[in-house]
Design a protein around this ligand. Structure first.
Ligand code: F6P
Length: 563
């Protein structure tokens, strides 16, 4: 990598101490005051990023603090790192790899090569194969073993090989236009495979085994379980026997793979002609726009998938070219740093006011927390401040009837992102037969950020004649920060833009905290120990985990396990 690896903490940058001062000032002011002092605050702090309108004005920040934050980011080398990211330099230093997800959405007419390799051509070659495959499924040209067309596409994968396509297929429900129903199996819990396959018609079901490594135990177990299910169902119908020949024929017609590991795909029995590749420079949690999106493309169609990629690209362009002070992913990333390191925020809520986006918080959890849940810097030295925002959330208005009480009156400061849409794909009339349900949803959306920001004072309650005893209980402190993201409609392009926005927010925070957002060593030990414990969990040997708690738990588990 041409950019220097920062061996010094962000806390040593020139302006970090100035940020402390700004934060002290802002903690002593209120959003009411900030709005009163700056009449143009909303328009000054509202930006368009691709198809998204982002209003940052209800954040506990002012121009001075924002400028200082961007200076700090500059000192941490954000501009150089951003360039390195887009150039395909090895920003993932611990794995010595590029993190080139931005290349996955380069328009076909653009040229992009790294070390003499024509990356743009490679990407579009795979996209072309994906399109052909998706078209053949959607048109009915691809047939199962008994000549049935495919109606169910079951993606088997986990983590980045599941969350992206699953979240996006739910989000783009109105675009499922060819009668192909996407399903997702991820968990090693047998209930997942059972619950998903129960009731599916084997003859019209195709499995996409999605795994970058093709060694992930959950995915392989589920893929084998799916193969056995197919065989059983088809044998019961008298369509296939358990002969090697039939198994091969079934696998050929009912399984495709998405992976970087051709050898393992072959071992599973999938012909490499039915494999869709990607590259080691695509991280799992950054892969929904690679061939990992195959099940999504099959369901929504190639054209909408290409629009999805355009949305990513629009935000990439903004992030790559806008000056830091006007750059929305930069500002949003820095706001996360601001609240985490200066306001003691312990989590960040994402609240999509669209039921179809209900998996978006889960998707963001992997994106942001697997990326930035790190406690050493790039050079291996320990960080000296909190890193990694804890993302969580729920679709509005369900969240309002669950945890919003704590957002409004609790003791934690929780920055929130409200994501809403101007139009709905499926508007309906409310109880009176006239009012739009979508307008009702959106009036909740607007009301919540207003109440969070401006609250209600004791004086205002008194003026309303509220009983004095209840006033402390009813005071709404306000001053709770939120960002509002509005877009026209939950279209493929807009979803792509939203994902890219958070990808870049994550990157910005990683650079400022000086950590590697692209590795995930922390998930390895648990996987390894699960393998080591399996024999004692199965009862093949007595438990000798090395600690009395685990041994006792496994012994108890064995004692009650069904024989
Ligand atoms: O959870 C660890 C992880 O490596 C993720 O980063 C990745 O998305 C997931 O496992 C699945 O990996 P694969 O696509 O190789 O099966």
């Amino acid at each position: 990598m041409n950019v220097p690896v920062n061996s010094s903490s962000v806390t040593n940058t020139r302006d970090w101490a100035t940020l402390e001062k700004h934060a002290a000032q802002l903690r002593a002011t209120t959003l009411r005051e900030l709005f009163a002092d700056q009449p143009g605050r909303a328009s000054d702090m509202t930006y368009d990023v691709g198809p998204l309108r982002v209003d940052l004005s209800k954040n506990l920040i002012d121009d001075n603090a924002l400028r200082t934050l961007t200076d700090v980011a500059r000192d941490m080398g954000i501009e150089e790192y951003r360039q390195a990211l887009f150039n395909g330099e090895h920003v993932n230093v611990t794995e010595d790899r590029a993190a080139l997800h931005t290349a996955l959405r380069i328009p076909a007419e653009h040229e992009f090569s790294v070390d003499g390799q024509d990356i743009a051509a490679d990407v579009h070659d795979v996209l072309g194969r994906m399109r052909d495959f998706a078209r053949s499924l959607r048109s009915g040209a691809w047939r199962g073993i008994s000549n049935h067309t495919i109606k169910n596409v079951v993606n088997i994968g986990i983590g980045g090989s599941d969350l992206g396509p699953c979240m996006a297929a739910r989000a783009l429900r109105p675009y499922l236009t060819a009668g192909i129903i996407p399903h997702f199996i991820s968990n090693i819990d047998p209930n997942d495979v059972a619950g998903t396959l129960d009731g599916l018609d084997a003859e019209s079901t195709l499995f996409v085994v999605a795994s970058k490594s093709f060694t992930t135990s959950e995915t392989l177990a589920n893929a084998h379980a799916a193969k056995r299910w197919l065989l059983k169902e088809l044998s019961q119908e008298g369509i296939a026997t358990e002969s090697e020949e039939d198994i091969q024929a079934i696998t050929e017609k009912h399984f495709v793979a998405v992976s970087t590991n051709e050898e393992k795909v072959r071992e599973f029995g999938i012909d490499p002609r039915n494999m869709f590749g990607f590259w080691d420079w695509v991280g799992g949690r950054y892969s929904v726009d690679s061939a990992i999106g195959l099940s999504l493309m099959a369901a929504i169609g190639p054209q909408d998938f290409m629009e999805f990629l355009e949305g990513f690209h629009a935000v990439d362009d903004h992030f790559r070219t806008e000056p830091l002070e006007m750059n929305v992913p930069v500002i949003m990333g820095l706001l996360g740093v601001w609240y985490t390191n200066f306001f003691g925020a312990q989590s960040h809520a994402v609240l999509p006011y669209n039921q179809d986006l209900h998996r978006f918080p889960a998707y963001l959890q992997q994106l942001t927390m697997e990326s930035n849940g790190k406690s050493v810097r790039l050079d291996g030295s320990e960080v000296d401040l909190n890193t990694g925002e804890i993302y969580w959330g729920e679709a509005g208005t369900n969240g309002q009837h669950a945890f919003f009480q704590l957002l409004h009156q609790g003791t934690h400061l929780i920055p929130t992102d409200f994501i809403g849409f101007i139009n709905s794909h499926d508007d309906k009339k409310a109880a009176d037969g006239e009012t739009s349900m979508h307008d009702m949803l959106m009036s909740n959306f607007f009301a919540q950020t207003r109440v969070l920001a401006f609250g209600k004072t004791a004086e205002e309650l008194r003026e309303e004649g509220v009983d004095e005893k209840l006033i402390p209980h009813k005071v709404m402190p306000g001053n709770r920060p939120s960002t509002t993201i509005l877009a026209e409609k939950l279209r493929p392009r807009i979803l792509g833009a939203l994902i890219a926005l958070y990808e870049h927010i994550t990157f910005v925070q990683g650079v400022v905290w000086g950590i590697n957002s692209f590795d995930q060593w922390g998930v390895e030990l648990g996987k390894k120990q699960a393998n080591e414990l399996l024999a004692s969990v199965e009862g093949k040997e007595s438990s000798d985990a090395g600690d009395s708690s685990t041994d006792a738990l496994i012994t108890y588990y064995r004692s009650l396990r069904d024989k």
